[in-house]
Design a protein around this ligand. Structure first.
Ligand code: C2E
Ligand code: CA
Ligand code: CA
Length: 758
């Protein structure tokens, strides 16, 4: 509508008042007019006023109209919804700015164009369908395309009506952009699917703990159907099996940090329960108040089982099923802690029994490892059967077992238990179809008397066990104070021995051997000596034992051989060398892989003829395992070296094995000689060994000959060679040379005066 020019308000006063002096006023003119005219004029004036009033009203209405039109237009243009009017052919007659934005075109590129041109081709059938629907209202989703061919999802609500003006059918469409909504819906759907199909059981509850949702895994894991669960209280369901303290802990943690994680036991519908790892998170609303709780849990039965299995592997011996070393030390530690807590320092509170099988190595080596294993298993069974619930029996490794006796009251208790074990172990073991006596040695230590920490206690029990063994098989030994001191000594001694060896402070003495038939000094045995700077002479078996334990014996052993060879060469040059010089080989050295090669090198380097060197090995080293011993023995003999079995009769003699060993001689053990000739058994054994050696064509040496009676007995039985204090103590090289020469010149089968042991 075009605005008619309204009479300006300020025009009228100007016309009426601003006339000037030359124009008469209205009143003046009126007064000049006849009454008729004046009345007409008056009416006119009244009309004019009415008109002006009407005009005023009109202007007001126009203003209101224009205001609301503007308001409407602004609303129309900026509505969140796109609007357009379409004619019957679907041509856009009018549209708002929102739609223009949705379509990505300015309005002028939209109006007069078919609406279908802005719709994704696939969706135009929908549009056509809407345009030709007889119903007045339809609503569909269609996709719009912008010039960059980006797609907008729109919900189109179409209103069809007949135009008042021309009666034509038109349509008015309102389009809502639902791209975001669609996106969110898809996202929600995927998330929902993910939660539904996730492996973990999920349970979502509102802030009143009422369950709103559970997923499929929840149903599977718990065996509870969704319908039965929704609406129930999640805390009651999840923590049904748990004590009140845990529930309140969960609440406290949720309030503090919004999260909780832990292990629970969860019951299934069928009554079986299982361990579950549960985590709960709080979802807060916009104001920060808890709105939902999301609980996620998994059945960890398998993990627990695995852990248990690993536990068993880590803490139990796989062969015997007994606790292993580690678990034993754990328990020992606990026991010490308990005793300390209870301040039981004054009296013995608990004890350790360390035990080892006397013949295990023998069984293992001769009958094979599987039989050895069987023996260990059976030992474990016997021990377990003997001891009480809270005694710990553990396998320390090899054939060593240890028993922790908690709440042991007296020394006598321990002795009683050790006695029980010894008796149980005395019964023969059925192994591989035969029965064997094994024998056990047990050492005992107690807290706090023998040590305040686990290492010391175990070490002392171990040492006591060695004492028991040294005292003869199948025995029990408790540590005493002097022995405790000796342990400290031993540690010190080990250190000193290393130093002594490095500083060449070890030396050799040589004990002559006499051939009974001729009275000649036919040989000498090299024996190692160590004079400690403060302690004086250390008994040879004591420091050899240390060297064997720490492996030093290998180096020491080669040094002995080299020294012996050098000494032989020196004697040989002086014309005072016995036929053969014998050196002792420790079992460990005997099994050293390089042995034969090293000895050859020593002989090459010194020039000692191999047939002048003799090697003594104990039968324990040479016999139990022929597989290992035959090779080095053969190697040595192939070179021409003599090999003799030392201490024959003292170890696990197996006469059968003797046949298979490449040997030159036997040296009968001192213990049989000591009680000759009075002791009947020893005499019989000695005679038998001599006879056997003759039959096997082995040279027999008797050592430890201290009396003339012993020598006579041996000579009468046909023993070949004797060695002992009766003839000579071990001598230093110079004295040995003198001794040799004396006998060469005057062969007297008889005693020589004692010489000082160098
Ligand atoms: P073994 O090989 O049996 O040596 C004989 C031991 O008997 C020597 O003790 C010797 O001094 C001692 N003996 C000799 N005659 C008599 C006697 O008439 N009466 C008594 N009661 N004893 C006698 P030693 O020298 O103390 O050696 C002890 C053990 O130490 C040796 O026993 C041997 O097994 C070992 N040993 C000594 N030297 C070496 C060595 O260089 N290497 C290795 N591996 N072991 C050695
Ligand atoms: Ca020897
Ligand atoms: Ca010997």
């Amino acid at each position: 509508m075009k605005k008619r020019p309204a009479p300006e308000q300020n025009e009228r006063p100007e016309q009426t008042t601003g006339g000037g002096a030359d124009l008469p006023s209205l009143e003046e003119v009126e007064a000049l007019l006849p009454g008729e005219v004046r009345s007409i004029l008056h009416n006119l004036q009244v009309h004019q006023m009415e008109l002006e009033m009407q005009n005023e009203e009109l202007r007001y209405t126009q203003q209101v109209l224009s205001d609301s039109r503007e308001k409407y237009s602004r609303l129309f243009e900026s509505a969140p919804v796109g609007y357009c009017n379409l004619d019957k052919d679907g041509i856009v007659k009018e549209c708002n700015q929102t739609l223009a934005r949705m379509l990505g075109h300015p309005k002028e590129k939209i109006i007069r164009f078919p609406f279908a041109s802005f719709v994704l081709a696939e969706d135009t059938p929908i549009l056509n369908h809407m345009l030709h629907q007889p119903t007045t209202e339809t609503e569909y989703q269609i996709r719009l395309l912008d010039p960059q061919r980006r797609c907008t999802h729109a919900l189109v609500r179409m209103h069809r009506f007949k135009s008042d003006r021309d009666g034509e059918r038109r349509s008015m469409a309102a389009l809502t952009d639902i791209s975001r909504l669609n996106e969110m819906a898809t996202q929600l759907k995927t998330q929902g699917l993910a939660i539904e199909n996730i492996q973990e059981a999920v349970c979502i509850a509102d802030n009143g703990s009422r369950i709103l949702f559970v997923n499929r895994a929840f149903e599977e894991v718990t065996g509870l159907g969704r319908e039965g669960v929704l609406g129930r209280r999640s805390d009651q369901l999840l923590f049904e099996q748990e004590p009140e303290e845990l529930r309140s802990d969960v609440w406290r943690k949720l309030q503090e940090s919004g999260r909780w994680r832990g292990k629970i036991r969860q019951q299934r519908a069928d009554g079986r329960d299982f361990p579950a790892q549960l985590s709960i998170s709080t979802i807060n609303d916009d104001r920060g108040y808890p709105q939902y709780y999301v609980a996620v849990f998994t059945d960890i039965t398998h993990e627990e089982m695995n852990r248990e299995h690993l536990n068993r592997l880590a803490f139990f011996d796989s062969l015997t099923g007994l606790p292993n070393r580690q678990l034993f030390f754990d328990r020992l530690q606990q026991e010490i802690a308990r005793a300390r807590r209870e301040r039981e320092r004054e009296r013995d509170t608990f004890g350790l029994l360390y035990m080892d099988l006397d013949r295990f190595k023998n069984i293992n080596d001769t009958l094979g490892h599987s039989v050895g294993d069987e023996l260990l298993v059976k030992t474990g069974e016997r021990l377990r059967a003997l001891l009480r619930e809270n005694d710990t029996v553990a396998r320390m490794g090899g054939d060593e077992f240890i028993v922790l006796l908690p709440h042991m009251l007296t020394h006598r208790d321990a002795t009683r238990i050790a006695g029980k074990i010894l008796r149980a172990m005395e019964r023969p073991f059925e192994l591989a179809g035969a029965s064997y006596h094994i024998g056990t040695s047990i050492g005992f230590s107690r807290y706090p008397h023998d040590g305040l920490d686990s290492d010391t206690l175990v070490k002392h029990a171990d040492i006591a066990m060695y004492r028991a063994k040294a005292n003869g098989s199948n025995g029990f030994h408790a540590l005493n104070d002097s022995l405790t001191e000796r342990i400290h000594d031993r540690v010190e001694l080990e250190h000193d021995l290393r130093q002594a060896f490095a500083q060449q402070a070890l030396y050799l003495v040589y004990q002559p051997q006499i051939e009974l038939a001729t009275g000649r000094c036919c040989g000498a045995e090299a024996l190692l000596r160590w004079e400690h700077p403060h302690r004086g002479m250390i008994p040879t078996p004591e420091f050899i034992g240390i060297a064997e334990e720490n492996g030093q014996i290998i180096d020491i052993g080669y040094w002995v051989l080299r020294k012996t060879a050098e000494q032989f060469q020196a004697w040989a040059h002086a014309g005072s060398a016995p036929d053969i010089v014998w050196a002792n080989l420790s079992p460990r050295q005997f099994l050293h892989r390089d042995l034969v090669h090293q000895i050859r090198q020593i002989l090459d380097a010194t020039g000692m003829p191999p047939e002048r060197l003799g090697i003594e090995v104990t039968e324990n080293a040479a016999m139990p395992n022929l597989d290992y011993s035959i090779e080095p023995l053969k190697g040595l003999r192939a070179m021409g070296i003599r090999v003799s079995i030392d201490d024959f009769g003292a170890g696990f003699s197996s006469f059968g094995h003797l046949r298979h060993l490449p040997l030159d001689g036997l040296k009968i053990d001192r213990q049989f000689i000591a009680r000759l000739p009075g002791e009947a058994n020893d005499s019989a054994i000695t005679s038998a060994i001599i006879a056997m050696a003759q039959a096997l064509k082995l040279t027999l040496v008797a050592e430890g000959v201290e009396t003339v009676q012993q020598m006579d007995f041996l000579r009468a039985r046909g023993c070949d060679i004797v060695q002992g204090f009766y003839l000579a103590k071990p001598l230093d090289p110079r004295h040995l040379a003198t001794y040799f020469k004396e006998l060469e010149s005057t062969p007297p089968p008889g005693p020589v005066p004692d010489r000082p042991n160098p």
